[in-house]
Design a protein around this ligand. Structure first.
Ligand SMILES: [Fe+2]
Length: 182
């Protein structure tokens, strides 16, 4: 079975030896290679939420449960991340900054659909959108190489695609909104 305490210790140890995401990728890949074990360890998702599993200035581990059909607007992290899906699907759009203007506008660059067992490293400056395309919850382990909740980062208006400061409270509220829709 997936052992959360052991997973956190493995991530912390890996980070102390190498602060890049390389070894974290392997740890997350091993965990989500057995999605049933992750669900047995974390519990089956019951509601959309961002569950904090571990949080320090160097490392954040989240259990992110996306509501049915939920989309989060384009955003960056300003720290590396590793996403591992254990149930459902995350459709990612990756964006790039447009060079014209003052560089605060973005355009879609590529897309990647992730299913259970898939692991995706997300670079420090990557801008992405996540959609759960399913009519049920999607669950993923997200590991970040820093303090996910403290970083002063950006989001992009989904209509105008213009940059603005990331609003953590509003984004967390979107998960609660998804629960009310269900
Ligand atoms: Fe993200």
């Amino acid at each position: 079975m997936f052992d959360l305490d052991r997973f956190i210790v493995e991530c912390r140890t890996a980070m102390s030896l190498d602060p890049t995401d390389k070894s974290i990728r392997e740890i997350v890949a091993r965990a989500v290679s057995d999605p049933t074990a992750v669900i047995a360890g974390l519990g089956a998702p019951t509601r959309a939420e961002v569950q904090k599993l571990y949080h320090s200035p160097e490392l954040t581990v989240l259990n992110v449960v996306w509501g049915a059909g939920m989309t989060i607007m384009p955003h960056n992290h300003l720290m590396w991340a590793v996403i591992g899906i254990y149930t459902g699907r995350e459709d990612n759009i990756f964006w790039r900054r447009l060079s014209e203007g003052n560089g605060c506008r973005i355009e879609a660059a590529r897309a990647k659909s992730l299913g259970a067992g898939d692991v995706e490293p997300v670079g420090r400056d990557i801008i992405h959108t996540v959609t759960n395309p399913l009519a049920r919850l999607t669950g993923a382990i997200h590991v970040y190489g820093g303090d996910f909740f403290a970083a002063a980062r950006s989001e992009w208006d989904p209509e105008t695609l213009l940059e603005r400061p990331f609003d953590m409270e509003k984004n967390l509220q979107m998960f609660e909104q998804a629960n009310r829709i269900l």
